[in-house]
Design a protein around this ligand. Sequence first.
Ligand code: F6R
Length: 241
Amino acid sequence: MQLKIFKDYAALSAAAASEIIDLVKNKPNAVLCLASGETPKLTCILAVERAINEKIDFSNITFIGLDEWVGIPPDNDGSCHHFFDTLFIRPLNLPDSQVHLFDGLSGNLQQEVKAMDELIAKKGGIDLVIVGIGMNGHIGFNEPGVSFDLYSHVIDLDEITVTGGQKYFKQATVLKQGITLGLKHLMESKKAILMANSSKKAEVIRKAVKDKVSNELPATIMQQHKNGFVMVDEDAGSLLK
Ligand code: F6R
């Protein structure tokens, strides 16, 4: 794993957007997986802006959404689906056939999990995954205590995720479970980037980078990724010096 510290959120986001652009320029049929949330928001905006301005064809990529809240409809503003749709899929006009998001409303979540794992295997793995980090050190919805050996799965959400997750919703929302790619997908990805910004993430980033690798803080697994990057702004990286 390598650490990269950027001056501010804008510089961090521009660098992450460049990773997406370079990937698709070099491999038009790349498999790209993104997290939703506050962290990658500007990355998506900048990547879309550059794709349009530089006329980069995204129509052959495979886009995978990292996770979803179980029981939350796709048109709910707080869903991951809504984030991907408004910030990436629609602005880039990605064909439906190229987009793979978990359906949090599915009556058969195990089928969702199986279908995602089969798709990723069929595509030969993920070329680039960009993830955020929760205040409890989660990646996707791989919560503290999760097995490092899991591919996609359904998981009970940690209290910190349930409370912190309210920020995405207009009204108080019952959040109990998540459906997520597993850390095995992350570790098998050809390139993995964990992004974080703001001083509120400084302590969890310090732990993710410096603490012993342990499933008690799932993001520590990034330390073992052969082509893994932790990219932070100066605020989130302030305890690393
Ligand atoms: C969301 C996801 C989560 C977030 C994490 C940080 O799809 O996978 O793991 O990346 O909770 O969220 P933000 O970026 O909102 O601080």
